[in-house]
Design a protein around this ligand. Structure first.
Ligand SMILES: Cc1cc2nc3c(=O)[nH]c(=O)nc-3n(C[C@H](O)[C@H](O)[C@H](O)COP(=O)(O)OP(=O)(O)OC[C@H]3O[C@@H](n4cnc5c(N)ncnc54)[C@H](O)[C@@H]3O)c2cc1C
Length: 438
């Protein structure tokens, strides 16, 4: 095995894997590696999410422009890819409900955003409480936004397939390899793995999810930004509830400026149903259990107190919401009660099995405000993708193509070819579509 690479990508989540796919498609002779500390791709957030291929109706076209555009094109790309490879992709739609009068304004706003982000009349419509009952008899609400261009998949399966394609293009995936140190030398970076082995990189792409801020800081990048981690937990519904609705059901988010959404009623691609996720503050991107959170509590608190995150954690509304999320983590009835408001048939006593939790890392700026869109930062011989949150899995393919194009156009990493057929897509056409909506 070589230990010198033209490009090293840290992170084998759906983002790093997709970036490696497009890079390896455009560069035959350049050596590309993905470094992943876990034993496979999509081991963390990318394989522990809600599995929705989201329609872009929840995203402000100005403030979440990159996410909204990527989600719109990501839908058609995943649909094509899953169709070709016979992977899970079920167009089952989503219904966003408002249980009171005041939420109707929000649904109207989401209808407008959805259309501005590319959805057409056939993809999305606003119905009143009686009209939705004809489609979804079990849902109780004042008003509902029905979004038909929304699907369910399994992103761990999609990421593994993209990894295989990337390997066939020549990418090396180094698993069980944690990047523990990065040292800049004259014309290259020395990257230490597991505190002992060394590899060398001419260029580094940081797609390390919940650790991306730490890696950026270690390289002197984005030092004014901080992050806070939230664990999203799920409960599995018993089989008797599998056909209670035809679509997943989300409720109107009450505090959209904070990363707390009310738990949803979720249809999984395999036909099962779950309730979740909540958003419980935790102290590590891998804080799935109490022991890990206790170990990371003091260092993470000290880090947050020394950054813009301090303002967020002393914000009264943030504290109230965080406490409420912690209560919903401790009390199953409380969490399920949030879904029962619009799906009264659900009986918490029948729900006994927990689902797989996933952790999101939200970036906070110096003013203590949550940053809405992905953050792209250039470093010396490096490029950093921070705050790559929901709907990141939906948009991973077009977003990655955009990054690979951006690196070439800004002279950071020149591609050998600027166009090629990458699987079912022509690279130039993906870029044209993303840029056509600027
Ligand atoms: C609860 C929840 C539900 C969600 N639901 C949806 C949804 O339904 N639809 C949707 O589109 N999006 C959803 N998202 C968002 C989506 O899952 C993420 O945007 C996406 O998975 C992020 O991918 P990533 O590759 O950036 O991060 P990750 O999947 O976290 O990958 C980063 C990888 O980097 C590795 N890494 C980090 N540091 C190092 C290091 N030092 N050395 C080696 N490896 C390292 C990690 O091990 C990890 O595997 C959800 C997120 C959460 C938390």
């Amino acid at each position: 095995m070589t230990n010198s690479f033209d490009a090293v990508i840290i992170g084998g989540g759906i983002l790093g894997t997709s970036i490696s796919y497009f890079l390896s498609c455009l560069n035959d002779s350049k050596k590309i590696a993905v470094i992943e500390q876990a034993q496979n791709v999509a081991f963390h957030t990318s394989g522990r999410n809600t599995g929705k291929v989201h329609a872009p109706y929840l995203y402000n076209p100005e403030r979440k422009k990159l996410f909204a555009k990527s989600a719109f094109h990501g839908y058609e790309m995943w649909e094509t890819y899953a169709g070709l490879k016979k992977l899970p992709f079920k167009r089952d739609g989503v219904v966003e409900v408002s249980v009171d009068e005041k939420g109707i304004n929000v649904l109207e706003k989401h209808l407008k955003w959805g259309k501005e982000n590319g959805l057409d009349e056939r993809d999305i419509e606003l119905l009143n409480g009686e009209e939705i009952k004809k489609i979804e008899p079990e849902i109780e609400c004042e008003s509902a936004l029905c979004v038909y261009r929304d699907a369910s998949t399994d992103y761990a399966i999609l990421a593994k397939s993209i990894m295989n394609d990337s390997q066939n293009n020549g990418t090396e995936f180094l698993f069980n390899s944690k990047v523990t140190k990065i040292k800049k030398e004259k014309n290259r970076l020395t990257v230490t793995l597991n505190d002992k082995d060394e590899i060398f990189a001419k260029f580094l792409i940081n797609a390390a999810g919940g650790e991306s801020i730490d890696i950026a800081h270690d390289m002197g990048v984005a030092e004014k930004l901080a992050d806070v981690h939230f664990r999203g937990e799920y409960w599995k519904a018993p089989k008797e509830y599998n056909n209670i609705t035809k679509s997943s059901v989300y409720s109107v988010p009450e505090f959209p400026e904070y990363p707390f959404l009310d738990p949803h009623w979720i249809l999984r691609a395999d036909g099962s149903c779950e309730i979740g996720p909540n958003a419980v503050p935790v102290f590590s991107p891998y804080g799935y259990d109490t022991a890990k959170n206790i170990r990371e509590f003091i260092p993470k608190m000290l880090e947050m107190l020394g950054s813009g995150a301090r303002k967020a954690i002393f914000d009264r509304r943030f504290q109230e919401l965080a406490i409420s999320e912690m209560q919903s983590s401790m009390s199953k009835a409380r969490m399920i009660g949030r879904v029962k408001k619009f799906l009264p048939k659900i009986d918490p006593d029948k729900i006994t099995e927990k689902g797989t939790a996933g952790i999101r890392s939200s970036v906070i700026n110096e003013e203590g405000k949550f940053v809405p869109d992905a953050v792209l930062e250039k470093g010396e011989m490096s490029f950093h993708i921070l705050n790559y949150n929901s709907p990141g899995a939906t948009g991973a393919l077009p977003f990655s193509a955009h990054i690979v194009n951006h690196l070439d156009k800004t002279g950071l990493f020149a591609n050998e070819r600027q166009d090629a057929k990458c699987g079912p897509w022509k690279f130039a056409e993906i870029i044209e579509k993303i840029q056509s909506r600027d």
